[in-house]
Design a protein. Sequence first.
Length: 156
Amino acid sequence: MWFATGCKKYLEDIFRNYKSGNATEVSYYSALKDLVQYFVHHSNLNAQIIISPKKTESGMPDLLLKRDVSLLGYMEAKYISLSLTDMEETEQIKRYLEAFPNLILTDFFTFWLYRNGKKINSATLADKNRLLSDRVIPRATGLNELQYLLSLFCAK
C-alpha cells in the first residue's frame, strides 16, 4: 500500500511536467529520484540517489544509487516518447551494458533491469499512452512488478 502512494505522486509529477509543454528528459529526473528515494526509505535500505553523478570512463548515466561507499547501480532514463527497444540498440546503452553490472533503463513508465549486460527483469508502472495521447494522469497498474524490480536492483 505504501508504494502505491509514492507511485501516485510520481505519476502526478510526471504529468505536471509533461502538461507544461516545456519538459525535457532532464525535467523528469527529480520525479524519478523521488520515487526511488521513497522506495529506498520505506524499504529501510539507507541508500542515496544522486542525479547526474560524475562521468565514468563509459559515460554519465542519469542516476546513481549507493549505500555508504558501495555502488548499488545506475539508472539511465530516456525521454517518455522514445522506445526502450530502440534505445537499447544505441552505442551509449551498449557501452553502459558492458560497463555497469547493475543498470536500469527507463522511459519513466517502463523499467528494464540488466545484470552484467543481460536483461533480467522488466516492469511497466503505467500506460504512457494515457499521458501522450489522452493527456491524462496514467493509473499505476504495475505496482507489484515495479516494486519487485526495484528490490532486485537494490539487492545487488
